[in-house]
Design a binder for this molecule. Structure first.
Ligand SMILES: Nc1ncnc2c1ncn2[C@@H]1O[C@H](COP(=O)(O)OP(=O)(O)OP(=O)(O)O)[C@@H](O)[C@H]1O
Ligand SMILES: [Mg+2]
Length: 363
């Protein structure tokens, strides 16, 4: 059992509050992602779990054990870092065997050999075992870094942006390899990243962290389609969700800069009426804006294409509507060009409403 619970964790460094009050439960066997911008407190969280830092307050519970006061070696947790922490003078094989040679572990040479070979095969580096780290590519080095965690067969794996130093192509292939590895091993992974694509593609669940606080925990689908607030909504999705100011008066919503009256769903109206809200931020994902032939739809308006960015499989349009700008993802088959006048339709039923002041989702 390697279920992990963090309860009311607080951590400050001198006058800097790194974690305000963190509550988190990671299920046994889960691939849990901690996603957040720089300085959010991601590494601090991992270091507290690993025992490399002490909590100011709160409990860390692994399985049935309160592990707060255990030292790192006693916790049986392995951590993979952003920067490869390989010993340059040792071969790959020696690097992999090193964590097993600690006096505390009492492994025989046969056991060490077996574990090293198993990790090497899992990570497809069995042909590199006699090389020194300088003779490896970045991706191979990071595989060895992960291998050093694997050999120990720990209760839980912590990974701190292990792919961020790899080039885009390698990062993509390592993403699927890690996700596959997790499925094969069935172990608990806690993986830290600021990359929303990594989070969305690898995680069973994602915890979005900002300024030492968890803003939302959910599956990738929940985080993307039911963001708890404006911050979460803008942090996932590329291009970013369009955030548009809107006024709500007498049951009618107007997108302020676009001077466009929008038809809301009954549920959306009900929420705004019940909360007596007059001003909102409307969040519209670029894929919820479609280009149409005529203005028959409820939420159509006209605009001019300021910039088209071709992505191959899709085009991103920056469309000027009134005084506002909207990003839309459309099919290249439409063959839209810079400067084109277009009619667009906004799928309001899939858009999000956020409180103008707090940014919290209105549901
Ligand atoms: N040892 C330390 N001494 C002082 N301040 C620290 C220390 N470690 C972290 N901090 C501060 O705590 C906050 C959280 O840092 P942390 O390293 O956890 O962020 P992060 O989310 O991992 O960011 P990044 O994405 O840049 O790695 C930051 O403001 C950071 O400056
Ligand atoms: Mg960090």
């Amino acid at each position: 059992m390697a279920e992990l619970k963090l309860k009311g964790i607080k951590k400050s460094f001198q006058n800097i509050t790194a974690l305000k009050k963190l509550d988190l439960e990671v299920k046994d066997g889960e691939f849990f992602i901690l996603l957040g911008p720089t300085g959010a407190g991601k590494t601090t969280t991992l270091r507290l779990i690993a025992g490399l830092e002490k909590t100011d307050e709160g409990e860390i519970i692994l399985g049935d054990d309160l592990i707060n006061s255990l030292n790192p070696a006693e916790r049986d947790i392995a951590m993979v870092f952003q920067y490869y922490t390989l010993y340059p003078h040792m071969t790959v094989k020696e690097n992999l065997a090193f964590p097993l040679r600690s006096k505390r572990r009492h492994f025989t040479e046969e056991e060490i050999e077996e574990r090293v070979m198993k990790a090497a095969m899992t990570l497809h580096i069995e042909s590199k075992l006699d090389r020194k780290p300088t003779e490896l590519s970045g991706g191979e080095m990071q595989r060895v870094g992960i291998g050093r965690a694997l050999v120990r067969d720990p209760r839980i794996f912590l990974m701190d942006e292990p792919l961020s130093n790899l080039d885009a192509k390698l990062r993509e292939s390592m993403r699927s390899e890690l996700a596959r590895l997790h499925i094969d091993m069935g172990q608990t992974f806690i993986y830290v990243t600021h990359d929303q694509v990594e989070a969305m593609t690898m995680g069973d669940r994602i915890g979005v962290l900002n300024e030492g606080e968890i803003l939302q925990i959910g599956t990738p689908d929940e985080i993307y389609n039911k963001p708890a607030n404006k911050f979460v909504a803008t942090f996932v999705g590329s291009p970013q969700i369009n955030l548009v100011e809107a006024d709500y008066l007498d049951g009618e919503m107007t997108l302020t800069d676009f001077n466009k009256v929008i038809t809301l769903t009954d549920t959306q109206k009900k929420i705004l009426n019940e909360n007596n809200i007059k001003k909102v931020i409307c969040g519209i994902r670029p894929e919820e804006i479609t280009i149409v032939k005529n203005e028959e739809g409820k939420n159509c308006c006209t605009g001019k294409v300021r910039l088209k960015q071709s992505m191959g499989a899709e085009d991103i349009l920056n469309i000027k509507v009134g005084e506002g700008l909207l990003k839309a993802i459309v099919s290249p088959q439409l063959k839209i060009k810079n400067g084109d006048d277009v009619i667009l339709n906004i799928e309001m039923s899939r858009s999000h409403l956020f409180d103008f002041v707090t940014g919290e989702a209105l549901r």
